[in-house]
Write a protein that binds this ligand. Structure first.
Ligand SMILES: *[C@@H]1O[C@H](CO)[C@@H](O)[C@H](O)[C@H]1NC(C)=O
Length: 389
């Protein structure tokens, strides 16, 4: 079963986008739009000051992590013992360097640690020829951050009234479910899933950026699942799963940047970020993304046993390939922005360096569509001239 939104053409150039795939109530939607706008603004400010895509994407993510309404950084879901453990990663399309952290506690902005891992690796080998790390987890990641001058932040400061009350509610639900299961001598293995399900925010955040030279960068950050198992790491930290960025080069017509959100386990097992990046090298990006979401995600052989597959992607593709009409302006960047999701909704924001304000949009599945089995896809195209057109 497949439901579609018509592609909506928006005559804008969009270098920045953020997302959270998940359910967005009307009140939450408003907060989400505000956060998206601020994040776009932060990134565009950096671009206007001459920063490259990597720096701009970091600025957007920091803003998203700092919002108490997103499941990333401050406001993240709490783990079983009431602590916050975050995942984040970042990729630079120019150098193709990558940095990631998993199950990281006690740091306000996990994306800054990922960013720092990326830039430290660019400096080359460590003493005695050791290879610098690109992905660190747990206490090792935390220690590395502290020794690299990133200040600690206690979990209590990152928890919010909302995340704490969700934690208490979830804990009661879990205890009740476990009590029922033992009283009725259910086989432990028999996943009865009694009681109301744990409420867990799937609102991972991400951003993708293209700068004026055509460099792309992507990043993603997540607080993970509520009541998660110790050591659980989601897609936001996994290579090829949470984000992907690759500039155009000889054998690659388009620069692409992708960031994903949703159920980490589904996104890891399908390597969705890289799949989408590869797919949209095809001529028709909209059709290619639609097919990737259908065949490599909803219909993926790797998720055949799942009743619903939950996720969302934002995809940016651009080329300097000025077509015939624009041959007088070879530097024109053709930018296409697409988003697609199988969750109820996804919040997207975008802004160009020529805009005075960011645009935001809450994309929803059409009425009657089943989340996890249907998808929505939308997007737009625009041309950014090197001249002031
Ligand atoms: C929750 O996170 C803290 C901080 O990383 C960790 O020490 C603790 O073991 C985690 N607890 C569980 C149950 O995952």
């Amino acid at each position: 079963q497949l439901q579609l939104f018509k592609t909506q053409h928006i005559n804008y150039f969009f270098p920045v986008f953020n997302l959270g795939a998940g359910y967005h109530s009307e009140s939450k939607a408003k907060e989400y739009k505000h956060v998206c706008k601020r994040a776009c603004q932060k990134a565009v400010d950096r671009l206007r000051a001459g920063a490259m895509a990597l720096e701009a994407v970091t600025a957007a993510l920091t803003e998203l992590e700092d919002s108490p309404f997103t499941n990333a950084g401050t406001g993240s879901n709490l783990n079983l013992s009431g602590d916050i453990e975050c995942d984040a990663s970042i990729m630079d399309g120019k150098s193709l360097e990558y940095g990631a952290v998993g199950a990281l506690s006690g740091i306000k902005n996990p994306v800054l640690v990922a960013r720092r891992l990326l830039s430290e690796a660019q400096k080359g080998k460590l003493s005695a020829g050791r290879i610098p790390p690109c992905f660190l987890v747990g206490t090792g990641a935390q220690q590395w951050a502290l020794t690299h001058g990133i200040p600690p932040c206690p979990s209590e400061k990152m928890a919010t009234k909302f995340s704490l009350s969700a934690y208490k509610r979830n804990k009661r639900k879990m205890e009740l479910a476990e009590k029922i299961e033992t009283e009725h001598h259910f086989l432990k293995r028999q996943r009865t899933s009694s009681g109301t399900p744990i409420s867990s925010s799937l609102d991972t955040v991400g951003a993708i950026v293209v700068d004026q030279e055509g460099n792309v960068a992507a990043a993603v950050s997540s607080g993970g699942l509520a009541m998660k198992h110790p050591g659980r790491v989601g897609q936001a930290a996994h290579y090829g799963c949470g984000c992907w960025a690759e500039n155009a080069h000889d054998a690659r017509t388009y620069a692409t940047a992708v960031s994903t959100s949703g159920c980490g386990e589904h996104l890891i097992r399908t390597m969705l970020a890289r799949e989408c990046s590869t797919a949209v090298q095809a001529e028709d990006a909209h059709q290619a993304l639609l097919e990737a979401m259908q065949n490599k995600f909803i219909g993926s052989r790797f998720l055949a046993s799942e009743d619903g597959v939950l996720g969302g992607v934002i995809v940016l593709r651009c080329c300097k390939c000025g077509d015939d009409q624009s041959s007088e302006n070879l530097q024109a960047l053709l930018v296409e922005f697409l988003w697609s999701h199988t969750t109820e909704s996804m919040c997207v924001g975008y802004m160009s360096a020529h805009d005075s304000k960011a645009k935001t949009h809450i994309s929803r599945l059409p009425p009657g569509a089943v989340a996890g089995q249907s998808l929505a896809i939308e997007g737009g195209v625009c041309r950014l001239g090197a001249t002031n057109d």
